[in-house]
Write a protein of this length. Structure first.
Length: 159
């Protein structure tokens, strides 16, 4: 078993999940993935439609979360507005049971490493390698790897 798989299975590992493409499916078209750029995404969010209904939760991730201590599960997602924050927060709590004070938002994906350091301050007893960012964006994972000793896990490791 790989060290990453050991982290995933270890109930003492703190896992920090992205939302889009990690906890929420990116299926917004009839036969396609969702592919708006950041500006058009922001405009669409502001229309008020809810892009995070509970059925966007990924079934295998729902099953996985049932086995975890939710005190060790966090969310860190890029968001452009309070409206988007609220949609994602409602989704994470309702679909996955993530604790509200375990949900963080950043305006820039590369700021996610700063959130990991905040979590480390809250949980100084946890070794850095047992705090892991789970994301589908390689740039995010590379930034965490380059600027910390925290673990990085691509979402594909859960498949």
């Amino acid at each position: 078993m790989s060290k990453i798989q050991e982290l995933i299975k270890d109930n003492n590992t703190i896992l920090v999940f992205d939302v889009d493409g990690v906890l929420a499916k990116m299926e917004y078209g009839e036969y396609n993935h969702f592919d708006l750029d950041d500006d058009n995404w922001t405009k669409l969010i502001e229309t008020g439609e809810c892009f995070y209904p509970d059925d966007q939760a990924i079934p295998s991730m729902l099953e996985y979360m049932k086995t975890k201590d939710m005190n060790n599960i966090y969310v860190c997602s890029k968001s452009y507005s309070e409206k988007e924050d609220n949609m994602k927060k409602r989704f994470a709590i309702s679909a996955y049971g993530i604790l509200e004070d375990h949900i963080y938002f950043v305006k820039d994906n590369l700021k996610k490493v700063e959130v990991l350091y905040k979590i480390k301050e809250l949980r100084p007893d946890i070794d850095d390698k047992h705090i892991a960012m789970v994301d589908d964006t390689v740039d995010v994972l590379n930034s965490v790897k380059e600027h910390s000793n925290f673990a990085t896990i691509h979402i594909s490791s859960f498949m």
